[in-house]
Design a protein around this ligand. Structure first.
Ligand code: BTN
Length: 265
């Protein structure tokens, strides 16, 4: 069911449009008005969902970010979506998916909005130095079997400037793609992301190449925040497993894997 958009009705989320443009079945695209978190929805309901199911919400009341942070949602202004994916045997591959997802979202925004977001390792997207997208990938472990049943790839994008602007505490770091609603922009971006995920080949070297090309951190002085400590470093390389190789001022090097690290410029 399309959701009526009280703010402006030219970009109403619509699963039929998304299905037509992405090639997915409309019944595999669940549109919700309000939910705590689309990731949580999939984690609660995975047993009745098939792989590839997409859950999109107009609003989240308890959106989750990486490292236990929260992720704010703005009614009618963003994209809050989660995709239920098959777990990959190789755990490195699951990690690669989240990085590749950042590239896919960046390409989708470029195609639909003609703007090119940079990727702040691992998977934040920035436009004009402000964060416009975050990605949270979580494993689903069945309580009965203790087996990894799948993964949830959650994507949050600030598409439009929120009606009441961003809260004071994030005003200087949060960005958006467009000031005002554009016809079908959210439906188009979602459809492009879904197509990108369907066509994703993790063995294709061009994914890493394009990811590096769009990197916001490479060759920059950064702050590595790990285990409550903050250390200066230079971001030198992103390796084939999407680890970030950094060099500390004392000459030691480290390959950072994501999960426990935060980067500041
Ligand atoms: C981050 O920036 O740290 C990651 C943010 C991920 C937000 C998305 S919005 C859709 C999905 N549902 C959630 O609760 N989180 C992800």
């Amino acid at each position: 069911m399309p959701i009526y958009n009280v703010y402006d009705n030219i970009d109403i989320l619509n699963n039929i449009i998304i299905a037509e443009k992405s090639g997915k079945k409309a019944e595999d695209i669940i549109l919700l008005e309000t939910i705590d978190s689309t990731n949580n929805y999939i984690k609660r309901n995975f047993k009745s969902l098939s792989y590839g199911t997409v859950v999109i919400a107009e609003n989240q009341t308890a959106g989750k970010g990486r490292l236990g942070r929260s992720f704010l949602s703005f009614n009618n202004s963003g994209i809050y979506m989660s995709i239920y994916l098959k777990a990959l045997e190789n755990s490195e591959a699951s990690l690669k998916i989240t990085a590749a997802a950042a590239l896919i979202v960046s390409l989708a925004i470029e195609k639909c909005a003609k703007k090119s977001p940079e990727i702040k390792w691992v998977n934040d997207l920035l436009l004009e130095n402000r964060k416009i997208c975050g990605i949270l990938c979580e494993g689903i472990v069945s309580p009965e079997s203790a087996r990894l049943e799948g993964i949830v790839l959650g994507i949050g994008i600030n598409v439009y400037k929120p009606q009441n602007d961003f809260a004071e505490e994030i005003k200087d770091i949060a960005g958006h793609i467009e000031d005002k609603p554009c016809e079908n922009l959210r439906n188009d971006i979602i459809a492009e992301i879904l197509k990108g995920l369907d066509n994703l080949d993790l063995e294709d070297g061009s994914v890493l190449e394009e990811y590096r090309r769009r990197s916001f951190v490479l060759e920059k002085e950064i702050l590595v925040l790990k285990n409550g400590e903050s250390k200066k470093a230079k971001a030198c390389e992103i390796d084939e497993n999407f680890h970030l190789k950094v060099l500390y001022p004392n000459g030691t090097a480290e390959a950072l894997s994501f999960g426990e690290v935060s980067i500041r410029i």
